[in-house]
Design a protein around this ligand. Structure first.
Ligand code: NIG
Ligand code: FE
Length: 424
């Protein structure tokens, strides 16, 4: 019998989310790969085997065992789009919106992203890390084991580098895997009001070289993990031409493109994303059918973020149903940020997606795990329970994988396993 570190056994449902190479598409999204009475064998932080309990018990002798009787074991959630590093809050804007103000109007009036920029510029690195760590802890307790994190609240070279250092410190000290994204082009800061093209030049000529230099000496480079480059492509923020200039310049420095597209208005961001070979194109709230059809022809993952619509009190959601049915790769994310989505919870995102976007619970789970891992370039290592992948798994206080989407408003995550170690 082979000796291993850990055997989780007797799960009511062992849900693998395993699929063929690449993200799941179309009908494959409805299959989460259930093994009844399943078990997970773990050694050295990796998954050694997945199968039926009787079979794995006969093959392995484990130093530690966990009885998951009556429970679901599934992959840890991957949150593919976040702005979780920030300081302060925007609770006053929340109340302004309840009274009728619109998100984009608050931004145009100097609030929104610029308000958080002021708080982030004023915060020391330690404070920024401490405030963000508390949110990452909450996300981990809700089952999120991998988090993409964007900059974009510094909006000058020093501020953006401070955010990258905060992201790196968190990656060093928090159990979650962290994927960094440079979002210098999140908004033009107040000192560039009316001079957006000049700000784009600053992003390209000053920030990108500094960011590329930081990356060369960062733990991300050493670990061989990618650095992404993102732009908020939106009416009144950055147009398609400006977005292209930043992403093409980023690519020259080795940064992989991603973009915010079609959150409020359509500017052709999806076409641009597939043309540039973006890893993902995110939001897609108002994407026309022709662009959804185009997306389906490419590897670029479409990330939808229904927590934003919910938070803004909107009943209009991205047409995630059409995205899946067209054959495009779909992932879910929280977008956790102080303005449009102060939400750490992937289970809540699945709950909203099942109701308002008509995803089946299986589609929502695949979108929150394997496909989300592909959206951040880690699909070959994370996102499903398969032999050889990293042992990032959840034990749910539930006997059916559909419960986290079904029972909203409570945390069904009992145990979180990260690289084979119990962290919650
Ligand atoms: O994804 N869209 C741009 N960025 C965020 C909002 C950030 C903020 O409001 O602070 C988003 O919705
Ligand atoms: Fe965002």
């Amino acid at each position: 019998m082979k000796k291993i570190d850990l055997l989780i056994h007797s799960a009511e449902q062992l849900v693998t989310c395993a699929g063929p190479d690449g993200p799941k598409r179309g009908a494959a999204m409805r299959d989460v790969g259930i093994i009844p009475h399943g078990a997970l064998a773990v050694s050295g932080g990796e998954i050694v085997a997945v199968g039926e309990t009787a079979d794995l018990r006969a093959r392995f002798s484990a130093a530690e065992t966990i009885d998951a009787s009556g429970k679901v074991v599934c992959p840890g959630f991957v949150d593919a789009h976040t702005h979780v590093v920030y300081a302060g809050d925007r609770i006053d804007e929340f109340e302004m919106r309840i009274r009728g103000a619109e998100y984009m109007d608050i931004m145009a009036a100097g609030g929104g992203i610029a308000a958080t920029m002021k708080a982030v510029r004023a915060a020391g690195l330690e404070q920024l890390v401490a405030e963000s760590r508390a949110r990452l802890d909450a996300m981990l307790r809700l089952g999120t084991t991998t988090v993409e994190i964007k900059t974009g609240y510094g909006l000058d070279t020093a501020g953006e580098l401070k955010m990258l250092r905060a992201i790196e410190t968190l990656a060093d000290t928090h159990p979650a895997d962290i994927v960094p994204t440079f979002l210098g082009a999140h908004a033009a800061p107040p000192e560039f009001k009316g001079r957006t093209d000049d700000y784009i030049l600053l992003v390209i000529d000053e920030m990108l070289p500094a960011v590329a230099k930081w990356y060369q000496n960062s733990k991300f480079k050493i670990q061989n993990s990618k650095l992404f480059c993102d732009v908020f492509c939106e009416a009144g923020v950055f147009d398609a031409g400006q977005t292209r200039r930043v992403l093409e310049a980023g690519a020259r420095y080795g940064l992989t493109p991603k973009l915010h597209a079609d959150e409020f208005e359509t500017l052709g961001g999806v076409s641009l994303a597939v043309e540039l070979g973006a890893a993902s194109v995110d939001h897609l709230d108002v994407t026309p059918a022709a662009e959804i059809a185009a997306l389906a022809q490419f590897a670029t993952v479409g990330v939808v973020i229904p927590a934003v619509n919910f938070n803004l009190g909107s009943t209009h959601f991205a047409d995630a149903r059409a995205i899946i049915d067209a054959g495009a790769a779909l992932a879910l994310a929280t977008d956790i940020n102080p303005g449009s989505a102060p939400c750490p919870s992937m289970p809540l995102v699945m709950a909203i997606a099942t109701r308002y976007q008509r995803l089946l619970p299986a589609e929502a789970l695949n979108a929150a795990t394997l496909n989300a891992a592909h959206a951040v370039g880690l699909g070959d290592r994370l996102g499903s329970l398969e032999s050889g992948k990293q042992a990032d798994a959840l034990i749910l206080r539930a006997n059916d994988y559909r419960h986290p989407a079904y029972q909203f408003g409570q945390n069904l995550v009992k145990t979180v396993l990260k690289r084979g170690r119990i962290v919650v």
